[in-house]
Design a protein around this ligand. Sequence first.
Ligand SMILES: [Zn+2]
Ligand SMILES: [Zn+2]
Length: 309
Amino acid sequence: MDSIYFLDHYGFFPYRRKSGKGAKPHISLRFNFGEVFDVHIDTYAGKGSSYINLITHAHSDHYGQYNLDNPNAIASQETARMLSVLNGKRFIGRTFEIGKEIKLNGLRIKTYPTEHIFGSSAFLIESESRILITGDVKDYRKLPRCDVLITEATYGKPDFTFEEEIDKLINEAKNSVLGVYPIGKAQRTAKILSENGYSVSGEDKITKLCKAFDIDVSNEGDVKLVSPRNLYSHSGRKYILTAQRFYRIPRIVISDHLDFNGLIDMIEHCNPEHVIFYHGKPSEELLQRFRSSILKDFAVLSEEKLANS
Ligand SMILES: [Zn+2]
Ligand SMILES: [Zn+2]
């Protein structure tokens, strides 16, 4: 199983661009409609004119910030707004409303919510085959079926099994400081808390981002949101909101991702013939789970096996 296999069977060539000794992050898909056309996913801007950059969401490890000046970049309206607020610069690419279709010469691209963070979107490319690119996923239920699934495996190991603790969050938040990632988790948490009667305050970056999405966060409140690394300097009642276990601070499990079982459910739901993991590493257990059952000729093309170009 290699990039040529995908070209032969599904009409696109997955590869990673070279960068010095290594490869640029994430993945590119090459199509041939008489001329070569590249779809770059969550990576640096392409070169030449015959390409697009798809940005699944505004987290910095998905490289939207390097595509603000890229007229061929495509992001949801919310992702574009978030990138602009974060970088103090206008996004000049094309934007779409999640759920709407993007028409390009030769390709139809449908968009779907993934509920990972505000604005996060999956893309279904329909050409010779149905190729679904998800980015990071929190809720897969609105995703369509596809032939090839290009997805993440942030929690690709069986020990990453968790239940979210929304009730604990609502019960424990009073007079506490909560550590949350400013992009994504802060907006979700602020929304949950204010819907449950809390007045929420936040550090500057969090306040700015929340305000851009009309979420009520002010300077004073009965619960404060700060970045995880700033949590250490606060005394008193505090929690880190994550499914990760490496913090030494009391934890409330709130996650922007599917857990191990959720990833399996997503793959079953999308029913692909092949999966390419382009972000995060799948464990042997995850791969084994599918080799033995569900998918026809299930194979995984992980990042290191992709062709470089
Ligand atoms: Zn993310
Ligand atoms: Zn990510």
